[in-house]
Design a protein. Structure first.
Lengths: 104, 243
């Protein structure tokens, strides 16, 4: 059976982990968007248009990683919300998570 | 590929070769204009016509080489971009899913309840998405960039080899024509020149065709990356709603 302290520690730890993930994905997203390559670096004397294709892939990866960062931060925020409720003195708030987040 | 070819070096070589080509053309034209009177027109006309055709086409060939080299792309830029994808994106991505891997989290073990269960439910989709980015997308982008760089170098290598072979053939033909005391060796030298130019033209065509084929292979691979949404239903990162 978990104690209140164990529950709060667990929420803090997980929130920190998801926040770290969010920062990492955000950094990767920025790095992906930074990988611009000029059109002249690709062959332009062939009937293949690689530059626009590359740019679309760069945008796709950058966008997905950015979305991942947002989702991870949302997880971190939600866990912190639960922790704040558990730590707080608001009985109504604590009752509101009964059946949702039970640790005893 | 060990080294990226220097376009500047190839254009310099081409410039140097142009001088030899001019010398060869002068030698052949001089020889054709000073054939013995007894050589019949019907015997020399095909050689003469072919030679004139190649001389007319030579300018276009040179233009083709310059166009190919000028527009072939920048292998070194693509390689740098591939390295950056691996270093700045792939390497950073590698350690991220482990932060929320099974065994690293605590709340999913401590809590029960509807939201706690929902929380447990979103974790696999999130980690699956994180783990998918590198093999599905970023590694293939980097590999494609390297493949295009390889294709560029292969094309330039073919051009360079063709130019070197042409240079050797031209130098030999100049010597043969200039030293020919009889008609047969003279015509043989001219035919060698024609053959050298024709071979060069074929090699140039092959270089362009190979570049097209290689870049089409990358295009096909990248088209696959573009349309691959495995682990990303709805073409989005999985949502992590569980409140």
């Amino acid at each position: 059976m978990a104690t209140l302290k164990m529950a709060i520690d667990a929420l803090n730890k997980d929130s920190q982990a998801w926040s770290t993930v969010s920062t990492g994905l955000s950094d990767c997203s920025t790095a992906a968007y930074d990988q611009d390559v000029s059109s002249g670096a690709f062959p332009i004397n062939v009937p293949v248009e690689l530059h626009s294709l590359y740019t679309s892939l760069q945008s796709k990866v950058g966008r997905l990683l950015s979305e991942g960062a947002t989702e991870s931060e949302a997880v971190a925020d939600e866990l912190i919300n639960v922790r704040n409720i558990l730590e707080g003195a608001d009985e109504a708030a604590q009752q509101s998570i009964d059946g949702l987040w039970d640790f005893e | 590929m060990a080294d990226d070819y220097t376009i500047y070096d190839i254009l310099n070589f081409l410039n140097d070769l142009q001088g030899d080509i001019d010398e060869m053309q002068a030698a052949v034209n001089n020889a054709l204009n000073n054939l013995p009177w007894w050589v019949p027109d019907w015997a020399i006309k095909p050689v003469y016509d072919e030679w004139n055709n190649l001389c007319d086409e030579w300018g276009a060939m040179i233009q083709d080489v310059e166009d190919l080299v000028d527009n072939v792309g920048e292998a070194w830029t693509l390689r740098a971009a591939a390295a950056a994808w691996r270093d700045q994106v792939d390497n950073k991505l590698t350690g991220i899913p482990g932060k929320v891997a099974p065994g690293q989290l605590s709340s999913d073990d401590v809590f029960s309840g509807v939201s706690a269960s929902a929380y447990r439910g979103v974790i696999p989709n999130q980690t699956a998405a994180m783990n998918a980015v590198k093999p599905q997308y970023t590694s293939k982008i980097a590999d494609g960039l390297d493949d295009v760089a390889d294709a560029i170098n292969k094309s330039l290598s073919t051009v360079q080899e063709a130019l070197v072979a042409l240079g050797v053939a031209v130098a030999g033909a100049i010597v043969a024509i200039a030293g020919a005391a009889a008609v047969i060796p003279l015509i043989g030298g001219i035919i060698t020149c024609i053959g050298a130019l024709a071979t060069f033209a074929v090699k140039m065509m092959n270089a362009k065709d190979q570049l097209t084929t290689d870049t089409q292979t990358v295009q096909s691979a990248w088209d696959g990356v573009k349309t691959d949404w495995t682990n990303f239903d709805g073409e989005k990162w999985p949502q992590a709603t569980f409140a």
